[in-house]
Design a protein around this ligand. Structure first.
Ligand code: ARG
Length: 474
């Protein structure tokens, strides 16, 4: 059967419905406005067609379809896919994507289209489609996370020699390497990639063949379906499989965690980008201007990334809310999973790209970092030196506290407190202060594995780099 664009809007095609025989009246406009999901689930058409083609092959293997019918349906589904890729779904008024695909299949192959849904329900169908969609979403997110990780590592390579204050409680605490700070935001991305891989493993349980709730009336070879659709295993209970959306929650959690990581990185960079810190400068193509204040260079990318994290947390909470209290099996509540999932994944994708670009193009300002270092940041080094001379740390901590107070009261740097005053605090102090060395020396004293010393930072860079390479597509 040929198709023209006029068919999409013909009254006959608009009336295609997967149910209705038992009703005397058609669905009301108000019901349809609430119930129809095509506007949201249209994007599942590639997965719906793939799942339907696998289903048709399993029906042939089960002896339900002849070779010829199988051939016709598969070819018809291919053509439906081409039409949908060409925009045939735009303006359609079908109940959902499954109805749309079946309607278009009728247009392509005629009555034999009615055999497609044998032994299948939209309940196992939509669960399968959504899992297939999640595979691609997870893989794409993983690529984006890896790209950002690689950018952070390459920025870190260039930042090994730049020193700045490391902060706790937003208070200057100890000198650290700029590379070390960047790497602190790369490690969480390793965990994100591990989490995505683990979630992907659990997404890969095939629900197809579960029917509406109790299993399929056709003795379908689910192993065949599993292999052809690339799943790891088949679901163990049809009632569970049709109502299970744990995988949606898990994808949403992985996304929320990624978003939180982006937002923490962003929050820190917003601070460093302010005139008060001035540690980084954003490139023009990742800065925004103000409509009123001509001098402004705003870090909108990072500010939006912060807000997106809040939204993704809300989407996760929303999905948990939809599931709680539902009996096993499918309830229409589950249709509300898709707006949450799609919005969260879409937002994370856009945000990852923008943050990646903004980080890649930003420039560190090492002079400003250096200027923010003050001698009080060496206080721990003084305490450690006292400890090396046999003084218990708690006591050393108190002595250095007094030294810091003396410096503050005199309004001078730690090493400029008058000699007699220093010696009065502890006899070893003048000697220790004389040998304290530079900020670089201080950083090099943080020798523990994972610390900010050069050797540790270089080891982290070398260890992290291979964890952000995306394996070439098989
Ligand atoms: N649009 C539905 C969803 O997304 C498809 C499944 C409908 N199943 C049903 N029994 N009405 O959940």
């Amino acid at each position: 059967m040929t198709h023209g664009s006029s068919e999409e809007s013909s009254p006959a095609s608009a009336a295609h419905q997967l149910w209705g025989g038992r009703f005397a009246k058609p669905p009301s406009a108000a019901l349809k406005a609430l119930n129809n999901s095509l506007a949201v689930d249209l994007r599942l058409w590639p997965q719906d067609i793939r799942g339907s083609q696998a289903w048709v092959s399993a029906l042939r293997a089960a002896g339900v379809l002849s070779d010829e019918e199988h051939h016709e349906l598969c070819g018809g589904l291919d053509r439906v896919g081409e039409r949908l890729a060409g925009g045939a779904g735009a303006g359609a008024t079908d109940e959902d994507v499954h109805t749309l695909v079946e309607r278009l299949l009728y247009e392509e192959v005629g009555e034999v289209a009615g055999k497609l849904h044998t032994g299948r329900s939209r309940n196992d169908q939509v669960a399968t489609d959504l899992r297939l969609w999640c595979f691609e979403a997870i893989d794409a997110l993983d690529d984006h996370v890896a790209a950002l990780g690689a950018v952070l590592v390459s920025k870190a390579r260039a930042g090994v020699d730049m020193l700045l204050p490391g902060y706790t409680h937003s208070q200057r605490a100890q000198p650290v390497r700029w590379a070390f700070v960047l790497l602190a935001h790369a490690w969480p991305l390793v965990r994100d990639r591990e989490r995505l891989a683990e979630v992907r493993r659990r997404v890969a349980e095939l629900p197809l063949g579960s029917g509406a709730l109790a299993g399929s009336g056709i003795d379908i070879d689910r192993e065949l379906l599993r292999k052809s659709l690339g799943f790891r295993t088949i679901s163990g209970n049809a009632l569970d499989a049709t109502g299970d959306r744990d995988f949606v929650v898990e994808v949403l959690f992985a996304v929320a965690m990624i978003s939180v990581h982006l937002s923490r990185l962003s929050g820190e960079l917003v601070m460093y980008n302010s005139s008060e810190y001035g540690f980084i400068r954003l490139s023009d193509d990742f800065s925004t201007g103000s409509s009123l204040l001509p001098q402004k260079r705003n870090p909108d990318v990072f500010e939006l990334a912060r807000a997106k994290a809040a939204r993704s947390a809300a989407q996760l909470a929303g999905m948990l809310g939809i599931l709680h209290g539902l009996p096993a099996g499918y309830s229409k509540d589950l249709q509300e999973d898709k707006p949450l999932l799609f919005e969260a994944v879409d937002a994370a994708t856009v945000t990852l790209s923008a943050v990646c670009g903004a980080v890649e193009s930003m420039e560190p300002v090492p002079e400003r970092m250096q200027a923010a270092l003050s001698e009080t940041l060496l206080a721990t080094d003084v305490a450690d030196a006292l400890v090396k001379r046999g003084i218990p740390f708690r006591e050393a901590h108190g002595l250095v506290g007094r030294l810091v107070r003396a410096a503050e009261e005199t309004g001078v740097a730690l090493r400029s407190v008058p000699g007699p005053e220093v010696a009065a605090i502890h006899e070893s102090l003048p000697d220790i202060l004389a040998g304290l060395g530079s900020f670089e020396d201080s950083v090099e004293r943080r020798v523990s594995a994972g610390g900010t010393s050069r050797a540790s930072v270089v080891a982290q860079i070398e260890g992290l780099a291979p964890r952000f390479t995306v394996p070439p597509a098989a």
